[in-house]
Design a protein around this ligand. Structure first.
Ligand SMILES: [Zn+2]
Length: 333
């Protein structure tokens, strides 16, 4: 249940607001705060870093968190050794991982097949574990280089521990040791029957912060504050029709200026600006800023913006923070 607040700023009409719990959770994560406090969110280098880290983390997650990372490799390898027609692939997959449905052709080769499977599975697992180590090193080195270049401390990752079967090198449990039987048949009943390894990925709240474009909202909020505004990010505000509308930044100044911001990591479309105007009218705010990382803004959008008291701030990556601050209006414009 989301609790509503009354937002008051003397001299301005009060607003009924709320913030969803997901958003609060992300904002309260210390690693997200660490990232915000670098004050580098709108720099191109930071965006490149975060995109690189997401790619590396995706690679690790694909290996660690998929049901059976060796499955695809195994089926491909085994298919080469035991050619079957295309329609038998499903049966082969079932044989390898669930054992219930076995195509007669494969059943005849059971013993030889099982030994072969263990051998290939172990080889493939070795390759995947090496890949994990390499990707973790790349993650750590990439962050380390950025920290050194910018003279900052960037604490945005988490370490994950995995427990590996000593016989076939499959990952059997993640984060904490769990007893059980490995796919290869080996009983994993104590931590000594499993090898332990750890790797580094982006903290999950940090991932959401990037994926949901909160970096852009928080990055711009920092510059609004530099301009003298008090800012709230990522809130919903009640409109006159009784519907709440998401507003990226609510900025207020000197108890007489209020403006809304809409932040877009993509090219602005006409419907974006009309949607924004709709929210402004509904809530009763007559001054806005649309922020975009894109360089090109359609002439029609610029005209609609000008006619509705909206400032467009584009090409974020190409401008210095000072230049962006200078473009932020002192409402009313
Ligand atoms: Zn095993």
């Amino acid at each position: 249940m989301i609790k509503d607040d009354i937002h008051e700023c003397a001299g301005l009409p009060p607003l009924r607001t709320n913030k969803n719990n997901d958003r609060k959770e992300i904002e309260n994560e210390p690693k997200v705060k660490n990232l915000i406090n670098t004050h580098l969110l709108l720099s191109k280098n930071m965006k490149i870093l975060l995109d690189d880290l997401i790619t590396l983390s995706d690679k690790i997650e694909e290996i660690v968190f998929s049901d059976d990372p060796t499955a695809k490799f195994l089926v491909d390898s085994v298919m080469l050794k035991y050619p079957t027609s295309g329609e038998n692939v499903k049966h082969l997959r079932n044989y390898l991982f669930h054992m219930p449905l076995v195509h007669p052709d494969i059943r005849r080769k059971t013993q030889k097949f099982a030994a072969e499977e263990l051998k290939i599975r172990t080889e493939v697992n070795d390759v995947l574990l090496n890949e994990l180590a390499t990707t973790t090193n790349q993650t750590v080195d990439t962050i380390n280089k950025f920290e050194k270049n910018h003279g900052i401390d960037l604490d945005i990752t988490r370490n994950v521990t995995i427990f590996i079967c000593a016989k076939c090198k499959s990952i059997n449990s993640i984060d904490r040791f769990k007893r059980g039987k490995c796919r290869c048949g080996k009983l994993i009943n104590s931590s000594s029957s499993a090898q332990q390894k750890s790797f580094t990925i982006l903290n999950s709240a940090v991932r959401k912060f990037i994926a949901q474009d909160m970096w852009l909202e928080e990055g711009f909020a920092y510059l609004l504050r530099k301009k003298g505004y008090q800012v709230k990010t990522g809130i919903s505000i009640l409109g006159r029709s009784g519907v709440f509308h998401e507003i990226d930044n609510l900025a207020e100044k000197d108890h007489k200026m209020r403006l809304f911001c809409e932040c877009k990591s993509s090219v602005l479309k006409l419907k974006d600006i009309f949607n924004f105007i709709g929210k402004m009218n509904e809530i009763g705010c007559h001054c806005g800023i649309m922020v975009t990382v894109a360089d090109e803004v359609e002439l029609d959008i610029l005209k609609v913006a000008r006619g509705n008291n909206i400032t467009i701030v584009s090409s974020i990556y190409k401008k210095s923070p000072e230049q962006i601050v200078s473009e932020i209006p002192n409402c009313p414009i």
